[in-house]
Design a protein around this ligand. Structure first.
Ligand code: CTP
Length: 437
């Protein structure tokens, strides 16, 4: 039986005013069009869990695209329509984005039947979803604004902290849901229901994951390793015998687990120390996985999954190209900062953080962290303009001079602009000579 509950107060208290207004507008608009509109899925789940989530997904009983157009018009936004799926994205002027879908109606299944009750289509629509906790919907039409609709026991499972599929074919329909189950389990610290766990084991036995495209599997793994605790995710994948679908040679080991902890610590450090930079943490975890695989397996993995060129390059470097770099970084003999820069320039931050996680030696860690936080930002005070003012003719020589100045800065040979000018003079005869040719 459908459970109803008023969450109007929650909407009012928890949401930013603009978002609350938007939900009301959506409700009024759908009423005017003779439709019913709902906000559904993760937004509602997180509302009840007290977690901020402003990914608004509307489902409309009616013409979702017409609704989206009307909403865009009302709010001076733009709309991107996917005619074939009956879906649209509304882009509001302040950059806010909402997804709109048309509820799948009875019509699809029984071409001659009229939709029986108004709610039958939202009910069907929600039945197509992955887990009970994602099947909650809130009505938006004015007379019922804020009414929570729970057809499948979503509230009960939220309370009992359970991930539960709606029916036994869920993973057959879409094997990526297995990875989603683990993702939600770890994110919310929930458990798989007994039946859901059994169905996952069945899916693993049936090897359903070989059917998945590299793209879909990679997407899921990327999401999974972008959550808070990728190390636990790998452990969970291993427990459920799922690592082999990444590559048959991939197995869990204490060594891998240790490396994952080290990656966790290195990423933690990076996020605190390189505040204005962005890093794809998931990629560093992927590097840790490849370390546990034979060379050939890594090549096969790079074939199977459509990584971007940059990602592929970063993984390849971490796995195959950095041994000499690591050796140099760990040497006893002191490295000048400019030597460190020469060794590390051009490597992706993800690769560098992986090296940081991997290298036990204190000197390697120091060189890597200094490079990431300091060395790579060092620039001379003089610029191309200054060189022009000094009489150098613009050309490839500029680069050489500026590089030599950077090296001198890095190694502490010059500390001020005046000292840079002095240094430039020592190699300026030749340059100025040319400038006057
Ligand atoms: N969904 C599904 N099967 C999938 C992917 C998605 O049934 N393989 C459904 C889920 O029920 C979900 C909705 O589609 O509620 C939207 O998907 P998504 O935005 O990925 O899910 P969220 O629950 O919002 O997850 P997140 O919080 O990670 O964004």
């Amino acid at each position: 039986a459908v459970r109803r509950r008023d969450v109007g107060g929650l909407l009012r208290d928890r949401l930013p005013r603009e978002v609350h207004d938007l939900l009301q507008t959506a409700g009024e608009l759908s009423e005017r069009l003779g439709y019913s509109a709902y906000v559904v899925g993760g937004f509602v789940r997180d509302l009840l869990l007290g977690i901020d989530n402003l990914d608004v997904d509307f489902v409309v009983e009616g013409d979702g695209i017409a609704f989206a157009r009307a909403l865009a018009k009302e709010r001076a936004g733009r709309v991107k329509v996917h005619e074939r799926f009956g879906t649209a994205v509304v882009l509001l002027p302040d950059g806010f984005k909402v997804d709109v879908a048309t509820a799948r109606t009875e019509y699809y299944e029984y071409p001659t039947a009229l939709p029986t009750v108004e709610q039958s289509s939202i009910k069907k629509d929600l039945y197509r979803r992955d887990f009970t906790i994602n099947t909650l919907a809130v009505r938006l039409n004015p007379r019922a604004f804020g009414q929570l609709i729970d057809f499948y026991g979503g509230q009960r499972d939220l309370k009992e902290r359970l991930i539960r599929v709606l029916h036994s074919l869920s993973f057959v329909e879409d094997p990526t849901r297995v990875f989603r189950a683990i993702r939600f389990e770890l994110r919310f610290d929930f458990h798989l229901s007994k039946e859901t766990l059994a169905l996952i084991k069945g899916a693993v036995k049936m090897e359903l994951f070989h059917r998945l495209s590299g793209q879909r599997l990679l997407d899921e793994l990327r999401y999974l390793f972008s959550e808070r605790t990728p190390r636990h995710a790998v452990r969970r994948l291993a427990d459920l015998d799922l690592l082999r679908f990444i590559h048959p040679t991939l197995t869990w080991s204490n060594r891998l687990d240790r490396r994952l902890s080290e990656v966790e610590a290195a990423l933690e450090w990076y996020k605190l120390s390189c505040l204005d930079r962005h890093i794809s943490g998931w990629l560093v975890y992927a590097m840790a996985l490849t370390e546990a695989m034979p060379d050939q397996a890594v090549h096969e993995m790079l074939e199977r999954f459509p990584f971007t060129e940059a990602e592929r390059g970063a993984i390849t470097a971490a796995r195959f190209l950095t041994q000499p770099v690591c050796r140099a970084l760990s040497r006893r003999a002191p490295l000048r900062p400019s030597d460190t820069v020469a060794l590390l320039a051009g490597l992706a931050d993800e690769t560098l953080v992986f090296l940081l996680a991997k290298n036990a030696s204190a000197s390697a860690k120091r060189h890597l962290s200094l490079y990431l936080t300091t060395y790579r930002d060092v620039k001379p005070a003089l610029t191309g303009k200054s060189l022009q003012a000094l009489g150098f003719r613009p050309g490839p020589l500029y680069r050489t001079i500026l590089e030599r100045l950077t090296t001198a800065r890095l190694d502490g040979d010059v500390k001020t602009e005046a000292e840079e000018r002095e240094l430039v003079k020592t190699f300026s005869d030749q340059g100025r000579g040319r400038a006057r040719d």
